[in-house]
Design a protein. Sequence first.
Length: 479
Amino acid sequence: MSQTPFANRQSVAVLGGGPGGYEAALAAAQLGAEVTLVERVGVGGSAVLTDVVPSKSLIATADAAVAIAEASDLGVQFFAKGANGKPLKPEIAINLAAVNKRLVALAGQQSEDMRSALLDAGVRILSGHGRLEGANAIIVSTGPGGTDFDRIEADTLVVAVGASPRELASAKPDGERILTWTQLYDMKALPEHLVVVGSGVTGAEFASAYMNLGAKVTLVSSREQVLPGEDKDAAKVLERVFTRGGMQVLSKARAEKVERTEDGVRVTLADGRSVEGSHCLMAVGSIPNTASIGLEDAGVELTESGHVRVNRVARTSVPNIYAVGDCTNFFPLASVASMQGRTAVFHALGDIVIPLEQRKITANIFTAPEIATVGYSEQDVENGVADGIVYKLPLAANPRAKMMGIKDGFVKIIARKGSGTVIGGVIVAPKASELIYPIAVAVERRLTVDQVSRVFAAYPSLSTSITDASRAMHQVAIS
């Protein structure tokens, strides 16, 4: 590999091979550095093996089940002939063992593809548990039982150790009935009644998926709304869809204890009520994997929660140590971890760097419908954080949505008063993760609603809702 003037054959050691560590290692190798990646569970980390890849694959299966179930609304009917020759309406069956086998295999293949890409780029990969030894070395325990050790010295260290599901002493996961989201893929059959504790992103996504796969679901939320902190209109749409689908949503209900029963689980709430089910998913947040890996001894500053404190180029309090991904105090998204990884390496090796801005990060919640957001929120406008105007267009008004039988969702654009510059947006729709991109570009490039409205969108398409909403905001720029 030809070297570039940026690296001058500097050395980079990356601790953790998730999305952030993978991108950091790959970018460093592409800039000509000597790179070593340390990973204990496999390239891709938990994001690929037990989190993002399998969970979103499960959600895709649930989406397929919904599409089949709702096809009759479009005039597509499924039936089989009974003994008397009359049509029968067959039920949709979910073979969860086969679904989970596919998810695990797909995650493994993705991990292997990432590993191959790193090896092709010239990255050295070490399997084992690593910890920092000062500011310029990583000690890796390898071999059976971790009895052998390697010492890696490097000019730059990148910490990308991720996070793990938070566990409560009063609701200890057992991997059979009381589960974290990493343990769901061992189930052989659809849970008869899944109780989901926690209505944040993870809880809402799995509650949505298992409901659509056909399980009875109860969602226990300690807050007033599902998805606390997210757009209120989006949360209302999702709660309406959940209720319509048969899910029981318990708001302002804090789970105090979860215990095994003879044939299931019992979730005891703080107000004395209890919910019984066949299984319980604990989705009560995550904790960074930063304990006992030498960060404090190296001088790296941590927050009270144990997250690594970083700046906008992912640099820690130690100049040559960077940290990326869910172990940091920045923004817990796989896409952000990847961008942090590249940014950290570019900064360390002297390449051009654009510091990350949280206001430009696009996020998506993979419920059905999906919820995508970028930039300032309506709450920011109401609180005076941003001087903006908000416009919301129901998706049901869109002709393509009518053709597809879509009834729920909307496009919301937030623009700055006077100039009409797009500063935020929310989309609630099927594949909102794809539809949010034009608004994200507008936020990034500081486009006005008039500029967005002049872009041709194919007709009919869901994306015309974006141009329609931006056209309706024309007065923002001239008021």
